[in-house]
Design a protein around this ligand. Structure first.
Ligand code: NDP
Length: 242
């Protein structure tokens, strides 16, 4: 891969951390963003040698300022990975409006907020890769996650629509739908629930963050220009999306 410039949101830990490292190893210059976990970000920066930037990707103006700051140092963005995300689980009849709003904001508004900063420049330069990390639960739905399933399904619609707008200008837009991956997000799930989840995964285990990162590198390559509007499913056989 040529020296492409990448931004990975939520790129300092979990799946995003693995994506940042894999893109760096593939030859990219990478900036990793995060929300507030300074300790994790500091540790990641020291270990991976990747610059980190803190802002809330749910805030449009913060995204505008943050991307401008990154581009001042590393140049125009060729690759954007919209990976940052949160869960605020709860059954719908008990879900508070804040739980709904927080997840839509962090997981879906963020995709607009970030893509909007880089897409015009990608069009002008005739090259771009936007890669959205959705979820198996955006494909099949999940009880207790109406907010998260809606946001993640929304990312898939966004991906397919923007792919059509970017195709003629060399900008591909794709999504990756991970199944359950061993990160802090999944560690928050109750142990008995986790055993039930693993029982539904034919591969018989959780996925590794690196297994998602390699999908990102594949889609980010210059040679991947004919793949756009796709959703790559990586879920250990848990669900076969149509
Ligand atoms: P983690 O909770 O381990 O990490 C989330 C990352 O996103 C952190 O770097 C966090 O920053 C950042 N982040 C969260 N909210 C914001 C925000 N508002 N602004 C900026 N950064 C933010 O998550 P995972 O690695 O598990 O998940 C990564 C993505 O993959 C998410 O979109 C998730 O929905 C998706 N996914 C995960 C699966 C899994 O099984 N783990 C399965 C399917 C999809 P900070 O460190 O500061 O908190």
């Amino acid at each position: 891969m040529t020296t492409r410039k990448a931004i990975v949101t939520g790129g300092t830990r979990g799946i995003g951390g693995a994506i940042s490292i894999a893109l760096k190893e593939a030859g990219c210059t990478v900036a990793a963003t995060y929300a507030g976990n300074d300790d994790a970000a500091r540790k990641f920066k020291a270990e991976a040698g990747i610059n980190v930037f803190k802002w809330d990707v749910g805030d449009y103006d913060a995204c505008k300022a943050g991307v401008a700051e990154i581009e001042k140092t590393q140049g125009p963005t060729d690759i954007l990975v919209n990976n940052a995300g949160i869960t605020r689980d709860g059954f719908f009849h008990k879900m508070k409006p804040e739980q709904w709003r927080e997840v839509i904001r962090a997981d879906l508004d963020s995709v607009f907020n970030m893509s909007h900063q880089v897409f015009p420049g990608m069009r002008e330069r005739g090259f771009g890769r936007i890669i959205n990390i959705t979820s198996v639960n955006g494909q099949k739905g999940q009880a207790g996650q109406t907010n998260y399933s809606a946001a993640k399904a929304g990312m898939i619609g966004f991906t397919r629509a923007l792919a059509q707008e970017g195709a003629f200008k060399g900008v591909t837009v794709n999504a990756i739908a991970p199944g359950y991956i061993a990160t802090d997000m999944v560690a928050a799930v109750d142990e008995s629930v986790m055993q039930k989840i693993i029982a539904q995964i034919p591969v018989g285990r959780l996925g590794e963050a690196e297994e998602i990162a390699r999908c990102v590198v594949f889609l980010a390559e210059d040679k991947a220009g004919f793949i756009t509007g796709s959703v790559i499913t990586a879920n250990g056989g848990q669900y076969f999306a149509g």
